[in-house]
Write a protein that binds this ligand. Structure first.
Ligand code: NAD
Length: 480
């Protein structure tokens, strides 16, 4: 069985703990590799390597860092197919999706932030000829990047790239549930000539190596993407050392369908936003609010389209939903379907585990599930399921839907569908979410501030916002 290695000081290294975690292929339910359950010794090695490399990396010119990152992006791109296959195996998601979205976005992230760093500027404030202030933006040091399993390499590069472009060095911890592409990425870093210690990748559990990174005083910045409860814990640990923290957390996003929408576009997009990546994207729309006079027509059309979605082998082109990421996660999703039924929900389609045949027999598949008849305040409409389960709810008017959309503790994203421009502006302004789409979903511009309100996060990443987060401002005031 292949043992995944850490990447420390430019070398692939075995964990000092000698302990490993089973790494499952969700499409078969079989263990196919072993993840290091790294410990404090591994962390300290990574920290020493990172601190040493920071001395030179932070002093290099922007152009030098740009060249290293562009080289890395080019090397990564040469491995696109290999990475796409590996991501699909490790996560259970369809291969067409990793080919179209996950993996191309990795090189794109790296190129985007490498280039952005060349354009990143700081400000000058003059004081009526009496004095001049200029603000330096300096690299901070060793940055901890902790990422989840739903978009494994995509989100890892989203953090690593701006941190490095800004002159920091990184200790990254990918999810222990999907470590494999980060391991391949380590090998790509070596091939691309990334200086030793600039990127360090340590694998293992959140409560183990994850907390070592978060707790140590010499890692002054933490960029975390994951669940809200984990975010709360990390934020508390970081407070002890006054760390700079960015938290991208969970969501329970509303999709709002007004009766004056472009009907076909609204149905097609809301189906995609509910079930892409098995509903395991933080931005997925899991509460679909439909204006009352369109409710019946929309519900029928939506369910008809959902019934056409194929649950199957992730490597098949026809598959829309592959496996969900783990047995535990599958059980959590099935539990929520059960909760919804007990709350009086009517399962309009799906609602069950799907058992495939042959080598996929032990895989974790769930049919796309649509539930109606639930109050907007019930558990299924308030708690994050993070799977292929949506609830469909009628509403009377704008005021009504704004109240329902804003009723959860989350505030990550929302999408609304209307052909009335004034209504789109009006409702968008009143929805408490960090990202709002009108007549579309998941249309991403890497320059925008990305992140959530309320329990969906703290801070924003994206564009120059990321470069500001990964630098320390220092103001110098000179009297004239
Ligand atoms: P998770 O919180 O369980 O784990 C995320 C990462 O944190 C993993 O690497 C894990 O090992 C690590 N971790 C766990 N406990 C830790 C601790 N005490 N100290 C340090 N690290 C720790 O989340 P998950 O199940 O991997 O991912 C799903 C969640 O991520 C969902 O809630 C989803 O909405 C959220 N998410 C949010 C965004 C966003 O941009 N807002 C994007 C993707 C996913």
């Amino acid at each position: 069985m292949e043992k995944i290695k850490n990447y420390i000081g430019g070398k692939l290294t075995s964990t000092k703990s000698r302990n490993y975690l089973d790494n499952f292929n969700p499409s078969t339910g079989k263990v196919y590799s072993l993840t290091p359950d790294s410990n404090k010794d591994d962390f300290l090695l990574a920290l020493t390597a990172a601190k040493k490399s920071f001395i030179s990396w932070s002093k290099k010119s922007k152009k030098y860092r740009y060249d290293v990152l562009m080289n890395l992006a080019n090397e990564l791109e040469k491995n696109n197919t290999k990475l796409a296959i590996a991501e699909s195996v490790d996560n259970g998601k369809p291969l067409w999706l990793t080919k179209q979205m996950d993996i191309p976005r990795c090189a794109e992230n790296i190129r985007f932030f490498a280039t952005a760093s060349l354009h990143f500027d700081s400000k000058v404030h003059t004081m009526d000829g009496k004095a001049i202030n200029y603000t330096l933006r300096e690299p901070i040091g060793v940055v901890g990047c902790i990422s989840p399993w739903n978009l494994p390499l995509y989100l890892l590069t989203w953090k690593i790239a701006p941190a490095l472009a800004a002159g920091n060095v990184v200790i990254a911890k990918p999810s222990e549930i999907t470590p494999y592409t980060a391991y391949l990425f380590s090998k790509i870093c070596i091939k691309a000539g990334v200086p030793p210690g600039v990127i360090n990748i340590v694998h293992g559990r959140g409560a183990g190596i994850g907390e070592e990174i978060v707790k140590h005083r010499d890692v002054p910045v933490i960029s975390f993407t994951g669940g809200t409860e984990t975010g709360k814990k990390i934020n508390t640990l970081c407070a002890n050392n006054f760390k700079k923290v960015s938290l991208e957390l969970g969501g329970k996003n509303p999709t709002i369908i007004f009766s004056d929408c472009d009907f076909d576009k609204a149905v097609e997009t809301s189906v995609r936003s509910a079930f892409l990546n098995q509903g395991q994207i933080c931005l997925c729309g899991s509460r679909i609010f439909v204006e009352k006079n369109l409710y019946s027509r929309f519900k029928s059309a939506f369910v008809k389209e959902v019934k056409k979605l194929v649950v199957g082998n992730p490597s098949s082109k026809n598959t829309f939903l592959g496996a969900v990421v783990s047995k535990d996660h599958m059980e959590k999703i099935l539990y929520y379907i059960d909760v919804a039924k007990k709350e009086g929900g009517k399962v309009l389609c799906g609602g069950k585990q799907v058992f495939l045949k042959g080598k996929l027999k032990g895989g974790y598949y769930i049919s796309p599930t649509v539930i109606s008849g639930l109050d907007y305040l019930c558990r299924l409409n308030q708690e994050e399921v993070f799977g292929p389960v949506v609830s469909i709810i009628p509403f009377e008017n704008e005021k009504d839907v704004i109240k329902m959309a804003n009723s959860t503790k989350y505030g990550l994203s929302a999408s609304l569908f209307t052909e009335n421009l004034s209504k789109a502006h009006r409702v968008s302004a009143k929805i408490n979410s960090g990202v709002i789409w009108v007549n579309t979903w998941l249309l991403r511009d890497l320059r925008i501030p990305f992140g959530g309100m309320k329990d969906s996060g703290v801070g924003r990443e994206g564009g120059f916002g990321s470069l500001r987060f990964f630098t320390e401002p220092k103001n110098i005031c000179i009297k004239i």
